[in-house]
Design a protein around this ligand. Structure first.
Ligand code: NAG
Ligand code: NAG
Length: 505
């Protein structure tokens, strides 16, 4: 009997455990994070490069609105050095009001370069790295009582990212930069007077990148809804150098002094994700996204609809990247324009289009089957908890004496669920791996036919790309610019990775 980890049911979800030592360089550096923190080697990781071909214009993204950011100078904030960054605690009455849930502030911190290498932002734009990046971390306070309960939930966190470049002196940053000599060593903390935190953000809050990602430090849970503002803020060279040279990653009592700089994580795989943008000026030939309603219909078709139909006409609805003619994308756009959608209409449409919860199970007599894995993504409130997932996977692997497979097994469990949720929110393309999981319960012939069509379409795509690669001047039929080639090529190839980790019982 074949066992797949997808049938694990999550009940309890303990607090995130505090973990082992990690650094940016040396033996405990990034390459080793996943040995102690398996999610760091897993799906939907951050940061990523905001390449033009990943961007999708979404006209429904509202300007970011923050509340209670103008703190009273009577209030005190804790400024600390945690050995990885400088961190300023924030009161939870500060919150973001323009997201589907209320996200309350917890802390802000920085990533930066060094005095010799001035670039150290985590996200990059078409490969360009800024001098630094600020992250204002918020947790979903509608659903979770505090940040430790939220950090390992798929909808737990929302982070505002701000690029920092070197330019004019920034008086707002000096409100706490001027105290950093009091926290030179790891674990040192001081109290500083509060100030207007809004002044740390760029002037415009309506232009941003939005995508589904993770913490950029261990334990790297893929729990973050990212908003990175398009326009950077500036700090002076003097301010930057003060930040880059003042702090140590080592404790005051350590004999070896380790400077704290260059504390940014390398770029991560895109994993079928796209980046929604709230702006379109300055961008060429940008794609718009299909509505959540259309996406839900696609999933419904996969679960209960005519798969032969999908194998034929609907193939490019499933994997629009493989679309052979530019016309297909146009058709998509046209349907979308028939109705602008909003959170409200989305909810309405969802409730009118229920996917039967007994899909594929109604015919089984007597024997009770577990809830299908995708119901968490299709239902509204069933969440994913990464800590209990990890515990379940460890438990399963121990049973099969396969502990070395932790990173792969966890990715295997988490990816289709994250991909499906993200797809339904228009922040990912549907991945072949997810399609395969969704049609697993379908009648064999139909599923095989669809699978064959998908494979064929992908092979065609790869062949075309190889041809184009060999002969860059050849006229293309896809309408994509040459520049998009390497990325599409890679993502098409990734479909040939092993799709499931299975154990024989
Ligand atoms: C922030 O609040 C202070 C009073 O606490 C007020 O004087 C100041 O004008 C406010 N700043 C902004 C930008 O609203
Ligand atoms: C967070 O909330 C949980 C559940 O209410 C509680 O057990 C825990 O102590 C809280 N943690 C912190 C750091 O406040």
């Amino acid at each position: 009997m074949t066992i797949t980890l997808l049938f694990i049911i999550f009940i309890a979800c303990p607090l995130a455990s505090t973990g082992a030592k990690w650094t940016y360089n040396g033996p405990d550096g990034e390459h080793d994070w996943s040995s102690k923190y398996p999610f760091c080697g897993g799906a939907f990781q951050s940061p990523i490069d905001f390449q033009t071909q990943l961007l999708r214009y979404d006209p429904t993204l509202p300007p970011i609105q923050v509340q209670n950011y103008n703190l009273s100078t009577n209030e005190q904030l804790t400024l600390g050095n945690n050995g990885h960054s400088v961190l300023l605690s924030l009161p939870s009455n500060m919150y973001i009001s323009s997201l589907p849930h209320r996200y309350s502030a917890a802390q802000l911190h920085f990533h930066w370069g060094s005095s010799s290498l001035l670039t150290g932002s985590e996200h990059t734009v078409n490969g360009n790295r800024f001098a630094g990046e600020m992250h204002v971390v918020h947790f979903n306070s509608d659903k979770y009582p505090n940040i430790s309960m939220a950090v390992d939930k798929h909808d737990g966190l929302a982070v505002l990212g701000v690029f920092i470049e070197i330019g004019e002196f920034n008086p707002a940053f000096d409100k706490f930069f001027k105290y950093i000599n009091g926290i030179k060593y790891r674990d040192q903390k001081i109290q500083v007077p509060a100030f207007n935190v809004r002044a740390l953000l760029p002037a415009r809050l309506d232009e941003y990148y939005r995508y589904d990602g993770s913490l950029t430090t261990p334990p790297c849970y893929p729990s973050v809804l990212w908003t990175v503002f398009r326009k950077p803020v500036t700090i002076s060279r003097k301010q930057f150098l003060a930040l880059a040279t003042a702090l140590y990653a080592s404790y005051a009592q350590d004999s070896a002094i380790v400077p704290l700089h260059g504390n940014y994580r390398k770029l991560q795989l895109t994993d079928s994700r796209v980046v929604l943008v709230s702006f379109k000026d300055g961008l060429h030939s940008i794609f718009s996204v299909a509505s959540p309603f259309q996406r839900k219909q696609v999933i419904q078709k996969l679960l209960v609809g005519d798969l032969a139909d999908l194998a034929d006409e609907g193939l490019y609805q499933l994997l629009p990247k493989l679309s052979p003619q530019p016309g297909v994308d146009k058709k998509w756009k046209k349907t979308k324009n028939q109705g602008q959608w909003s959170q409200a209409t989305q909810k309405h449409q969802w409730s009118n289009n229920k996917v039967p919860s007994n899909t594929g199970y109604s015919s089984s007599i007597g024997k009770k089957k577990p809830t299908p894995w995708y119901m968490g993504a299709l239902g509204t409130d069933k969440g994913m908890c990464f800590v209990s997932l990890e515990e379940n996977v460890i438990h399963q692997l121990e049973r099969y004496h396969a502990k070395g497979l932790m990173v792969e097994a966890l990715r295997e469990v988490v990816f289709p669920d994250l991909n499906l949720r993200s797809y339904l929110n228009c922040r990912s393309d549907l991945d072949l791996q997810t399609i395969r999981q969704l049609i697993k319960e379908r009648s064999r012939d139909e599923a095989v036919e669809l699978e064959q069509s998908l494979t064929k379409a992908m092979l065609r795509q790869i062949r075309r790309q190889i041809k184009r690669h060999r002969n860059p001047n050849m006229e293309t039929t896809t309408g994509h610019s040459q520049a998009t080639f390497p990325k599409d090529y890679n993502s098409a190839l990734t479909y040939h990775r092993p799709q499931r980790v299975e154990w024989e019982d």
